[in-house]
Design a protein around this ligand. Structure first.
Ligand code: ZN
Length: 150
């Protein structure tokens, strides 16, 4: 049931987008990559599953994502500022859901694009939502990955 609902994601919460942009900024000049979770058609949470290695592309880490019904795709940064997906990006997109955001330097509200699994642009609205509703998503994430003390 959750899977059917997640197929139609139309928006990202402004707070979540701001988080993505600020993490991308603080990771610069390195790449940042994480997973996107949605509830009721709105992306409400991003999670960074693995410690970023300086030798491995951040995107490569996303090939190892565990299954979670709220997981709808990925997000990663392009420090170059070019927001087009690379061949490696598309390969990862195909394996990890149908909504993939690339944020490009300088990481402002205009420097992000959402793609589908084959690298076609998607439109996402930015919504001001009350993220109190994210608790179920967070619970599922913790169930999948275990508690983290951060
Ligand atoms: Zn990329």
């Amino acid at each position: 049931m959750a899977l059917i609902k997640q197929r139609n994601v139309t928006a990202i919460a402004r707070e979540t987008l701001n988080f993505v942009l600020s993490v991308s900024k603080s990771s610069y000049p390195k790449e940042f990559a994480g997973m996107l979770y949605a509830d009721n058609g709105v992306i409400t949470r991003v999670d960074v599953p693995l410690t970023q290695s300086s030798n491995v592309s951040a995107v490569m880490n996303l090939f190892m994502l565990p299954v979670n019904p709220h997981l709808i795709g990925s997000v990663h940064s392009h420090p170059s500022g070019d927001m087009n997906p690379s061949a490696t990006d598309i390969k990862m997109f195909m394996q990890n859901g149908d909504y993939h955001i690339i944020v490009g330097y300088p990481y402002d509200m205009k420097s992000w694009v959402c793609y589908d699994r084959v690298g076609k642009r998607r439109h996402l609205d930015v919504l001001d939502v009350n993220l109190d509703d994210k608790d179920q998503v967070l619970e599922d994430i913790l169930e999948t990955f275990g508690e983290e003390d951060d």
